[in-house]
Design a protein around this ligand. Structure first.
Ligand code: UDP
Ligand code: MG
Length: 309
């Protein structure tokens, strides 16, 4: 008999917790046919609503339902990490509770693992139902990442992924604090089968991500999987030194030929503001890496558990 662990991060999801269970259990016949046991790990990421009560209700009905409840909201990345740590399955799948990751795909995904793949990942081919600016910046982010990072990060990839125990252990061996799972999946490698599907809109409730949160998350992604911005900072430094050198020669030559006319104030202002702008920008880049390093060095736990069933 094999065991499948289903890891489900939940943050203020009282409306969808039960629906998810119902939808997942539509695969029950398939699990039985495969002689597969299932454990469902709801990770309550510090919800302020009745999510915990809903999960407990499910646990009373079905003891295959487990819960890990955080002491506060630690973010989806922490929830996924906790889920992977607490899972026992030979196969582990991470799914959103809002049914945007259709449980009906599971049989096909399990089929691929049995064929010998280490992991089956999903990506959405459309971004239907998403605000256009969000789609635009998302696409820009993936295009940039492709250029500046050696790790493969697929455009439209979801966190919906089925993995073998071996791959889960590889991911758990990366206990970094600034987690960007989409990159970590790519970094650990293993043979991955990609499934594509049309974007499904959230069943109930609201998305927990706004533009600003996504922007900060993208910075996490960049600093975690590329050091090209640091190189960019050094390059800008070299460029500006060259420019300054040219300007010095120009000024000296002009002084020798035309004497000392006290003009050039506007150009001076432009140069000083441009140069200081670039300096601050590059300092900011270094600061980003420094702050991530700072958090990493503190070695704080990625999450804290308040209750477990
Ligand atoms: N989530 C979480 N912690 C958070 C934010 C989100 O555990 O701080 C969970 C959420 O409950 C859901 C999944 O992550 O199961 C995806 O969140 P959401 O649907 O809001 O994101 P979207 O699908 O809009 O990208
Ligand atoms: Mg969602």
């Amino acid at each position: 008999m094999s065991l499948l662990s289903v890891v489900v991060p939940c943050y203020n999801e009282e409306e969808t917790v039960a629906d998810f269970y119902t939808e997942l259990m539509k695969n029950e016949a398939f699990f039985r046919e495969k002689d597969m046991e299932v454990e469902i790990l709801y990770i309550n990421d510090g919800s302020g609503d009745n999510t915990v009560a809903e999960i407990k209700k499910l646990h009373e009905k079905d003891e295959r339902v487990h819960m890990v409840s955080f002491s506060r909201n630690f973010g989806k990345e922490a929830a996924m990490y906790a889920g992977l740590q607490k899972s026992h399955g030979d196969y582990v799948v991470i799914m959103d509770v809002d049914l945007q990751d259709p449980p009906s795909l599971l049989p096909e995904m399990i089929g691929y693992l049995e064929e010998g793949y280490d992991s089956v990942a999903t990506r959405r081919v459309s971004r239907k139902g998403e605000p256009p600016i969000r789609s635009f910046f998302a696409r820009m982010f993936y295009r940039l990442m492709k250029k500046i990072s050696k790790t493969e990060i697929m455009d439209g990839a979801r966190d919906y992924r089925l993995m073998t125990r071996q791959m889960v252990d590889a991911i758990l061996a990366m206990p970094e604090y600034n987690r960007f799972t989409k990159g970590i999946f790519g970094w650990v490698g293993f043979q991955t089968k990609w499934l594509e599907y049309e974007n499904v809109e959230r069943a109930k409730g609201e998305t927990k991500w706004n533009f600003w949160k996504l922007f900060l998350y993208s910075l996490d992604g960049i600093t975690a999987f590329s050091t090209v911005p640091l190189m960019f900072a050094s390059l800008m430094g070299v460029l500006f030194c060259l420019l300054a050198f040219g300007l010095i020669i120009f000024t000296i030559v002009r002084k020798l030929i035309f004497g000392d006319p006290v003009s050039g104030w506007p150009s001076l202002v432009c140069i000083i503001s441009l140069a200081s702008g670039v300096q601050l920008f590059c300092l900011g880049i270094v600061g980003q890496y420094l702050s991530k390093t700072y958090m990493e060095v503190k070695n704080r736990p990625i999450y804290l558990v308040k209750e477990e069933i």
